[in-house]
Design a protein around this ligand. Structure first.
Ligand code: HEC
Length: 176
Protein backbone atom coordinates (compact mmCIF):
# COMPACT_ATOMS: atom_id res chain seq x y z
CA UNK A 1 0.00 0.00 0.00
CA UNK A 2 1.63 3.28 -0.95
CA UNK A 3 1.11 6.71 0.53
CA UNK A 4 -1.34 7.59 -2.20
CA UNK A 5 -3.61 4.64 -1.29
CA UNK A 6 -3.61 5.69 2.39
CA UNK A 7 -4.50 9.24 1.43
CA UNK A 8 -7.47 7.92 -0.52
CA UNK A 9 -8.68 5.90 2.43
CA UNK A 10 -8.30 8.83 4.81
CA UNK A 11 -10.10 11.07 2.34
CA UNK A 12 -12.91 8.54 2.00
CA UNK A 13 -13.32 8.37 5.77
CA UNK A 14 -13.38 12.13 6.10
CA UNK A 15 -15.89 12.46 3.29
CA UNK A 16 -18.02 9.77 4.93
CA UNK A 17 -17.99 11.60 8.25
CA UNK A 18 -18.72 14.90 6.58
CA UNK A 19 -21.61 13.36 4.67
CA UNK A 20 -23.23 11.89 7.76
CA UNK A 21 -23.01 15.09 9.77
CA UNK A 22 -23.50 17.33 6.79
CA UNK A 23 -26.76 15.67 5.73
CA UNK A 24 -28.07 16.03 9.26
CA UNK A 25 -27.32 19.74 9.30
CA UNK A 26 -28.63 20.17 5.80
CA UNK A 27 -32.00 18.56 6.62
CA UNK A 28 -32.21 20.64 9.79
CA UNK A 29 -31.93 23.61 7.52
CA UNK A 30 -34.39 22.20 4.98
CA UNK A 31 -37.07 21.45 7.51
CA UNK A 32 -36.50 24.37 9.78
CA UNK A 33 -39.85 25.95 10.54
CA UNK A 34 -39.87 29.31 12.11
CA UNK A 35 -42.42 29.35 14.92
CA UNK A 36 -44.33 32.58 15.15
CA UNK A 37 -43.88 34.36 18.45
CA UNK A 38 -47.66 34.61 18.74
CA UNK A 39 -50.10 31.96 17.58
CA UNK A 40 -52.13 33.12 14.61
CA UNK A 41 -55.33 32.95 16.57
CA UNK A 42 -56.08 32.24 20.17
CA UNK A 43 -59.14 30.19 21.04
CA UNK A 44 -60.75 31.71 24.06
CA UNK A 45 -62.39 28.84 25.83
CA UNK A 46 -63.14 28.74 29.50
CA UNK A 47 -60.60 26.32 30.83
CA UNK A 48 -61.71 24.75 34.03
CA UNK A 49 -59.23 22.62 35.78
CA UNK A 50 -60.89 19.95 37.73
CA UNK A 51 -59.25 17.91 40.37
CA UNK A 52 -60.59 14.42 40.31
CA UNK A 53 -59.36 13.35 43.68
CA UNK A 54 -61.36 14.24 46.69
CA UNK A 55 -58.69 15.32 49.10
CA UNK A 56 -56.63 17.91 47.31
CA UNK A 57 -57.73 21.50 46.99
CA UNK A 58 -59.95 22.09 44.01
CA UNK A 59 -58.77 24.51 41.38
CA UNK A 60 -62.15 25.12 39.77
CA UNK A 61 -63.15 28.71 39.29
CA UNK A 62 -66.63 28.29 40.71
CA UNK A 63 -67.81 31.82 39.99
CA UNK A 64 -66.92 31.33 36.34
CA UNK A 65 -68.54 27.90 36.25
CA UNK A 66 -71.77 29.17 37.77
CA UNK A 67 -71.93 32.04 35.31
CA UNK A 68 -72.53 29.39 32.61
CA UNK A 69 -75.67 28.07 34.22
CA UNK A 70 -79.26 29.13 34.82
CA UNK A 71 -81.89 27.91 37.28
CA UNK A 72 -84.29 27.27 34.37
CA UNK A 73 -81.81 25.00 32.59
CA UNK A 74 -81.07 23.34 35.91
CA UNK A 75 -84.71 22.40 36.30
CA UNK A 76 -84.47 20.52 33.00
CA UNK A 77 -81.17 18.88 33.93
CA UNK A 78 -82.67 17.76 37.22
CA UNK A 79 -85.01 15.46 35.29
CA UNK A 80 -81.99 13.15 35.08
CA UNK A 81 -81.85 13.10 38.86
CA UNK A 82 -85.56 12.87 39.55
CA UNK A 83 -85.66 9.12 38.93
CA UNK A 84 -83.94 8.85 42.30
CA UNK A 85 -84.28 12.22 44.03
CA UNK A 86 -86.95 14.70 45.05
CA UNK A 87 -85.76 18.26 45.50
CA UNK A 88 -89.11 19.83 46.41
CA UNK A 89 -89.66 21.03 49.96
CA UNK A 90 -90.92 18.20 52.13
CA UNK A 91 -89.90 15.67 49.48
CA UNK A 92 -89.31 12.12 50.60
CA UNK A 93 -86.28 9.95 50.14
CA UNK A 94 -86.50 7.79 47.05
CA UNK A 95 -83.66 5.62 45.79
CA UNK A 96 -81.50 8.59 46.74
CA UNK A 97 -81.92 10.96 49.67
CA UNK A 98 -84.23 14.01 49.62
CA UNK A 99 -82.33 16.95 48.18
CA UNK A 100 -84.28 19.98 49.45
CA UNK A 101 -81.69 22.34 50.94
CA UNK A 102 -78.79 20.08 49.97
CA UNK A 103 -76.48 22.92 48.96
CA UNK A 104 -74.56 23.91 52.07
CA UNK A 105 -75.83 20.84 53.95
CA UNK A 106 -73.50 18.36 55.52
CA UNK A 107 -73.08 15.30 53.31
CA UNK A 108 -74.95 12.17 54.37
CA UNK A 109 -76.99 14.06 56.94
CA UNK A 110 -80.57 12.91 56.24
CA UNK A 111 -81.24 10.87 59.36
CA UNK A 112 -83.75 8.42 57.89
CA UNK A 113 -81.77 7.64 54.77
CA UNK A 114 -79.37 4.72 54.60
CA UNK A 115 -76.23 6.14 53.05
CA UNK A 116 -73.29 4.12 51.80
CA UNK A 117 -70.32 3.81 54.12
CA UNK A 118 -68.29 5.71 51.52
CA UNK A 119 -70.50 8.78 51.59
CA UNK A 120 -70.70 8.74 55.39
CA UNK A 121 -66.91 8.54 55.60
CA UNK A 122 -66.56 11.35 53.06
CA UNK A 123 -67.99 13.80 55.61
CA UNK A 124 -67.89 17.13 53.79
CA UNK A 125 -70.26 20.01 53.32
CA UNK A 126 -71.96 20.33 49.94
CA UNK A 127 -70.26 23.51 48.81
CA UNK A 128 -70.33 24.38 45.12
CA UNK A 129 -66.81 22.93 44.84
CA UNK A 130 -67.75 19.65 46.46
CA UNK A 131 -70.99 19.28 44.56
CA UNK A 132 -69.32 20.09 41.26
CA UNK A 133 -66.63 17.48 41.85
CA UNK A 134 -69.24 14.87 42.85
CA UNK A 135 -71.51 15.55 39.89
CA UNK A 136 -68.75 15.28 37.28
CA UNK A 137 -68.35 11.61 38.09
CA UNK A 138 -69.77 10.49 41.43
CA UNK A 139 -67.90 7.18 41.66
CA UNK A 140 -64.58 8.85 40.91
CA UNK A 141 -65.03 11.54 43.53
CA UNK A 142 -66.37 9.28 46.26
CA UNK A 143 -65.24 5.72 45.64
CA UNK A 144 -67.96 3.37 46.80
CA UNK A 145 -70.87 5.82 46.67
CA UNK A 146 -74.05 3.99 45.82
CA UNK A 147 -75.30 6.76 43.61
CA UNK A 148 -75.51 4.90 40.30
CA UNK A 149 -75.22 7.91 38.07
CA UNK A 150 -72.56 8.36 35.39
CA UNK A 151 -72.16 12.08 35.98
CA UNK A 152 -72.74 15.34 34.18
CA UNK A 153 -69.97 16.09 31.71
CA UNK A 154 -71.27 19.47 30.67
CA UNK A 155 -70.13 22.41 32.77
CA UNK A 156 -73.32 24.26 31.92
CA UNK A 157 -75.41 21.31 33.14
CA UNK A 158 -73.51 21.06 36.43
CA UNK A 159 -73.61 24.80 37.02
CA UNK A 160 -77.33 24.90 36.25
CA UNK A 161 -78.33 21.95 38.39
CA UNK A 162 -76.38 23.39 41.34
CA UNK A 163 -78.12 26.74 40.92
CA UNK A 164 -81.46 24.96 40.69
CA UNK A 165 -80.85 22.89 43.82
CA UNK A 166 -79.64 26.01 45.60
CA UNK A 167 -82.94 27.67 44.77
CA UNK A 168 -84.72 24.81 46.57
CA UNK A 169 -83.56 25.73 50.02
CA UNK A 170 -84.46 27.71 53.12
CA UNK A 171 -80.84 28.88 53.37
CA UNK A 172 -79.45 29.14 49.85
CA UNK A 173 -75.70 29.55 49.50
CA UNK A 174 -74.52 32.97 48.47
CA UNK A 175 -72.92 33.19 45.04
CA UNK A 176 -69.13 32.96 45.24
C1 HEC B 1 -79.91 6.06 39.83
C2 HEC B 1 -80.31 6.86 40.94
C3 HEC B 1 -79.70 8.23 41.09
C4 HEC B 1 -79.61 9.25 40.17
C5 HEC B 1 -80.08 9.24 38.73
C6 HEC B 1 -79.02 10.37 40.86
N1 HEC B 1 -78.73 10.03 42.14
FE1 HEC B 1 -77.93 11.24 43.55
N2 HEC B 1 -77.91 9.73 44.87
C7 HEC B 1 -78.39 8.46 44.63
C8 HEC B 1 -78.09 7.61 45.76
C9 HEC B 1 -78.43 6.14 45.89
C10 HEC B 1 -77.42 8.42 46.70
C11 HEC B 1 -76.83 8.00 48.03
C12 HEC B 1 -75.34 7.80 47.78
C13 HEC B 1 -74.59 7.13 48.89
O1 HEC B 1 -75.13 6.91 49.98
O2 HEC B 1 -73.41 6.82 48.61
C14 HEC B 1 -77.33 9.76 46.11
C15 HEC B 1 -76.76 10.84 46.73
C16 HEC B 1 -76.74 12.13 46.22
C17 HEC B 1 -76.26 13.29 46.92
C18 HEC B 1 -75.74 13.33 48.34
C19 HEC B 1 -76.88 13.80 49.26
C20 HEC B 1 -76.57 13.88 50.71
O3 HEC B 1 -77.54 13.92 51.48
O4 HEC B 1 -75.39 13.92 51.11
C21 HEC B 1 -76.41 14.34 46.07
C22 HEC B 1 -76.04 15.78 46.34
C23 HEC B 1 -76.97 13.84 44.86
N3 HEC B 1 -77.17 12.48 44.97
C24 HEC B 1 -77.27 14.61 43.75
C25 HEC B 1 -77.74 14.10 42.55
C26 HEC B 1 -77.96 14.92 41.37
C27 HEC B 1 -77.80 16.42 41.31
C28 HEC B 1 -78.35 14.08 40.39
C29 HEC B 1 -78.67 14.39 38.94
C30 HEC B 1 -77.69 15.16 38.22
C31 HEC B 1 -78.39 12.73 40.95
N4 HEC B 1 -78.01 12.79 42.26
C32 HEC B 1 -78.78 11.59 40.27
C33 HEC B 1 -79.04 8.03 43.50
C34 HEC B 1 -79.12 8.76 42.32
Amino acid sequence: MDGFEINKIVAAVIIGVLLVFGVGKFTDYLFYVEKPAQPAYVVEAPVLKVSSSSNNASTVDIAKLLSMGTVEHGQKVFKKCSACHVVAKGGKNKIGPALYGVMGRKSASISDYKYSKALIAHSKTWSYDEMNAYLIKPQAHIKGTKMAFAGLKSEKDRASVMLYMNSKSDNPLTKP
